[in-house]
Design a protein around this ligand. Structure first.
Ligand code: AMP
Ligand code: ZN
Length: 521
């Protein structure tokens, strides 16, 4: 059965690696029971590649786990729908930047859905958030952290002493770096653009400085402040964003608000293909949509989950095939377990043999189920070690199948096997790997000792008591409660009607000294 723990119970147990402090820290959200989570979204000028997908999947799993332990997660992801790359593509194709962005925004959302990534709570688009960015830039100019030159606005990096803390770089080192662009109009080579005056034909918005468009970094500062406030709890993205993007986000936000921007910085490792960096020119560049035409999304998820999110991940066709085979092994293991649960009555053994075997097989399997839950939780609490969590699930699949190799030994063993199925299915679902037998397994777990309960009980409970669940025993409870209420109100007609309806599906209501119970006729 589900073993959800509440987030209060979990407080202090979860450790996350924080890029800002370079160590694992206890995770304590700013507001009890709630997590405010921001992840940088895609720039929509093309279909996303599997590297992008890896990062989005990693943080989807982290979000799912936070929700599983009981946090309410506000998950915000921006969409960068105005950018040089979008404008260039639009020019090449002779259409507008808005058309290009709309096409790839839609493709991105469809791709995430196909991969089983949960929808963000909010998904603001840059082009719809310009006023918040203009306001933030205004605040920075006013505070002396930004300046205007010919309609462009730059952030004055040296005005923010903490610059470089996240990426662990010092300013002089950055200056000697080759990547600093030289622009004569900037006061300092390190300064970066907050607002860019539009060139003819480019998309533009009004601002006090020029008709223009925002720089990339300011987007995330403005949107996270607008939808999450500050400080928020988790800021996530791929590790290639640490510098300069996230460094710049911190500088912009903290220079304006004077408050900490985000408490925990989580960064995902990069995906390579056959140990090489993905590159179009090398021909080892893979789009998510093309991979999902070849394999089931669950297999891709299972593959990616077997590497820790902060480690580099090396993709290869062989590894994907292995993951597909693993997924199939889990599914056939589950089918065997289900079959055994359904057909246990067919297993015939001498009573004495049955008794002994039942006790030992049951105890052994229940122990393995507990161990799986424990390994899942301790792995995930340790900076979201999905590899450890998946390994524990694989072990339970193996243990379940060896437990039934000679059949199912009696009712308690049958129930233990059922619990193993539910555990495997449920824990995989926490990782977003849906194996599709959840409803069946959950309904089975609701069966009474000694045989299946008729589903009609649920329909009756819905009809009389407005019951909205699927569990048969809860449905019976709802009917008994309603009948007791009816009797208390002397509504004998309703009380009798419920009794007769239950009798119609094979149950008798017995009023005893200790209360009312339902038994099978
Ligand atoms: P972009 O659209 O380039 O800003 O990327 C969207 C997200 O994908 C960011 O969080 C990046 O860090 C991440 N990303 C880009 N390339 C890779 C890669 N090769 N492996 C993993 N994540 C990546
Ligand atoms: Zn960002």
């Amino acid at each position: 059965m589900p073993r959800l723990v509440s987030c209060e119970q979990n407080e202090g147990q979860m450790k996350v690696y924080n890029t800002l402090t370079r160590r694992k820290e206890e995770f304590v959200p700013r507001i009890e029971g709630q997590v405010r989570f921001y992840i940088c979204g895609p720039t929509v000028y093309n279909h996303i590649h599997i590297g992008n997908a890896r990062t989005f999947l990693s943080f989807d799993v982290i979000r799912r786990y936070l929700e599983y332990v009981g946090y309410h997660v506000h998950f915000v992801q921006n969409i960068t729908d105005v950018d040089d790359k979008i404008i260039n593509r639009a020019n090449e194709e002779g259409r507008s930047a808005a058309e290009v962005a709309a096409e790839y925004t839609e493709a991105f959302i469809a791709g995430m859905q196909a991969l089983g990534v949960q929808e963000p709570t909010r998904q603001p688009r840059a082009t719809e958030e310009i006023p918040a960015m203009v306001e933030l830039i205004g605040c920075l100019i006013e505070n002396g952290h930004a300046y205007e030159v010919e309609g462009d606005v730059y952030f004055a990096v040296r005005s923010f002493p903490a610059y470089g803390r996240l990426s662990g770089r010092d300013i002089e080192q950055m200056l000697s770096g080759a990547r600093v662009e030289v622009d004569q109009r900037k006061r300092d080579a390190l300064d970066f653009a907050l607002w860019k005056a539009a060139k003819p034909g480019e998309p533009s918005w009004d601002s006090p400085w020029s008709k223009g468009r925002p720089g990339w970094h300011i987007e995330c500062s403005a949107m996270s402040e607008r939808y999450l406030g500050s400080p928020f709890d988790i800021h996530a993205g791929g590790e290639d964003l640490v510098f300069p993007h996230h460094e710049n986000e911190i500088a912009q936000s903290e220079a304006c608000t004077g408050k900490t921007f985000a408490n925990y910085w989580l960064h995902g490792g990069m995906l390579t293909i056959d140990k090489e960096k993905m590159s179009k020119s090398e021909g080892n560049f893979l789009l998510l949509k093309d991979v999902l035409e070849q394999v089931r999304p669950q297999a891709l998820r299972l593959l990616m989950l077997q590497t820790h999110y902060r480690s580099p991940f090396d993709y290869s066709v062989e590894r994907l095939q292995e993951a597909t085979a693993s997924l199939e092994r889990i599914e056939s293991g589950l089918r065997n377990l289900n079959w055994a649960v359904e057909n246990h009555a067919a297993v015939k053994l001498a009573p004495n043999e049955l008794g002994d075997k039942s006790v030992s097989w049951t105890a052994d399997l229940l122990e393995k189920i507990d161990a799986c839950h424990e390994q899942f939780k301790s792995s995930m609490d340790d900076d979201f070690n999905t590899a450890g969590a998946v390994a524990g699930i694989f072990e339970l699949v193996t243990a379940g199948n060896s437990s039934i190799k000679d059949g199912v030994y009696g009712e308690s063993h049958r129930r233990a096997v059922m619990e193993a199925v539910v555990t495997i299915v449920e824990l995989l679902a926490v990782l977003g790997v849906e194996v599709g037998v959840i409803a069946a397994a959950a309904a089975k777990a609701d069966e009474f000792e000694g045989g299946a309960m008729p589903q009609e009980a649920v329909d009756l409970a819905l009809h009389y008591a407005g019951f909205g669940g699927v569990g048969v025993s809860e449905a019976l409870d709802a009917l008994v409660d309603l009948r007791n209420e009816a009797r208390a109100e002397k509504n004998w007609a309703l009380a009798d009607e419920i009794r007769d309806a239950l009798a119609g599906i094979g149950f008798v209501i017995e009023d005893t000294a200790t209360g009312t119970r339902v038994v099978r006729k």
